[in-house]
Ligand binder design. Structure first.
Ligand SMILES: [Zn+2]
Length: 197
């Protein structure tokens, strides 16, 4: 752990250099415009991949970037969602999956039924059923899971009630390139961002 203790020392230098930002966040509270729902995978760090600062993203991470539907009564995720939508009044929700997701791979290969991971991954099961078997099954399921979690998101009344002020983004992070693609609702297909804009 020494690496991280020394890391905190390094961070205090950066903290001092960005004192205005950090003090503003203390004095005026957090006002992130984005709720980020991502995977716990250590290789997919939200703040790194979109070059975000402290205070930019309200982050919920779990295995396979899942939001269980309202009927599941999973208060860990629903409370974070409720806080972000009703209290922070975020304007965007990003559900970001990633290539090579171990959670989805486990789902496809079969999880031991006495595992808590199996309990959790049940909320991604419908993504498997909706995949075309001719595709790269892992990647197709990862993509479908992002769409599945958006349908779960919409089971919450407080999300439905704010849809006019809330934009939902379906993103996929490519661990090989660092790039993010998005699901385009109009063409019903995944597209790359035009970085020139
Ligand atoms: Zn993952």
């Amino acid at each position: 752990m020494n690496k991280f203790i020394k890391g905190n020392k390094i961070f205090t230098t950066k903290f001092a250099e960005n004192q205005k930002l950090y003090h503003d966040l203390v004095e005026n509270g957090q006002h992130p415009k984005v709720l980020w729902v991502g995977c716990s995978d250590s290789r997919v760090v939200p703040e790194f991949i979109v070059n975000a600062n402290a205070g930019d993203l309200f982050v919920m991470r779990n295995i396979a970037n899942i939001i269980p539907p309202k009927t599941a009564n999973e208060s860990c995720t629903s409370s974070a969602l409720e806080y972000a939508v009703l209290h922070l009044k975020v304007e965007h929700i990003v559900i970001c999956g990633h290539t090579g997701c171990g959670g989805i791979d486990t789902l496809l290969k079969g999880v031991p039924q006495d595992s808590t991971i199996a309990d959790w991954l049940q909320y991604a099961c419908s993504a498997v059923k909706n995949c075309d078997e001719n595709d790269d099954l892992l990647l197709a399921t990862i993509k479908q899971n992002i769409l599945t979690q958006v349908t779960h998101l919409l089971t919450f009344g407080f999300v439905q009630n704010r849809l006019e002020k809330l934009k939902i983004h379906k993103w996929l992070y490519d661990m090989n390139s660092g790039e993010i693609s998005f699901f385009d609702d109009n063409s019903q297909d995944w597209k790359m961002f035009d970085y020139s804009k």
